[in-house]
Design a protein around this ligand. Sequence first.
Ligand SMILES: Nc1ncnc2c1ncn2[C@@H]1O[C@H](COP(=O)(O)O)[C@@H](OP(=O)(O)O)[C@H]1O
Ligand SMILES: [Mg+2]
Ligand SMILES: [Mg+2]
Ligand SMILES: [Mg+2]
Length: 308
Amino acid sequence: MVNTAPLVMRLVGSSIKIAHRAGHIIRDVMCRGDLGIVEKGKDDLQTEADRSAQRCIVASLSKQFPNVTIIGEEGPSDLNVPDDWLITESNTEFLEKHKCPETLADLKESDVVIWVDPLDGTSEYTQGFLERVTVLIGIAINDRAVGGVIHQPYYKAETGDIGRTIWGLKGCGTGGIAPVKPPSDRFLVTTTRSHSNGIVQSALDALAPDEVLRVGGAGYKVLQLLEGKAHAYVFASAGCKKWDTCAPEAVLEANGGTLTDMLGRHYRYGKDVSFPNSSGVLGTVAGVSHDDVLSKIPETVKQAMNVA
Ligand SMILES: Nc1ncnc2c1ncn2[C@@H]1O[C@H](COP(=O)(O)O)[C@@H](OP(=O)(O)O)[C@H]1O
Ligand SMILES: [Mg+2]
Ligand SMILES: [Mg+2]
Ligand SMILES: [Mg+2]
């Protein structure tokens, strides 16, 4: 069953297992205490956890799927990893319980690009906002984000378990979370905590939300949408990259939501696209009209974001 399942099912099933292992590495680095911080650019940090988690993810995926294109935030990785970082299994529960959508049943590895953000919310990780850290593995097929995994290594379940893994596959659904609808009498928006600017703020002002949640991480903001804590994720800035949004877009849309740029266009995730999401990010949860939110975004913001 496991090895004979359609490619896209094996990709999601394996990503669930691999993201879980990467989450373990992220917690281990924090426990050891030396984060090995490198400044890649302005407001842009990398730690030993980003580097090691990416090596685990890319080594494991490329071993299982040698002809898939894999693009990781931290650039080319040394794939010579310790044996216990190499995950070669799939999540059997996912494979046994879910059927492959017909439209995705017949794919070749060369149709697939996987976008890896080994640690989304690095700034939050270094500052101790650990719940907002996620591992993102996004699966793009023929240019579109169709599947993904958002693993939250520091999530605390009521059972006392640490960590959870949310998956999504368009045409199949989502798992690992019981989505909650946001309140119907208030309009709540989630946005960046550490990468704001004047244009980001003017998009927020135009929506006149009852509350703005400022939290780090593209993955965590999409989880807030699924948890009913916000109606929309609004980020009118070029700061996010394809690895930040591929998995969140697929998970949100598999659940009936929408994630586009600030002009309502879906990003393309083929292997030759440029990394920056130059036209910002606008996400809305199922039940909220994406077009309504889009229509309130001022023309000045749309013009500033219309660079692609
Ligand atoms: N101005 C900027 N410069 C660099 N990275 C940015 C950025 N704005 C957003 N990002 C990246 O987008 C992700 C989500 O940002 P935010 O937390 O501000 O919403 C983070 O991913 P990483 O933590 O994986 O690098 C962050 O680095
Ligand atoms: Mg980063
Ligand atoms: Mg990121
Ligand atoms: Mg990252």
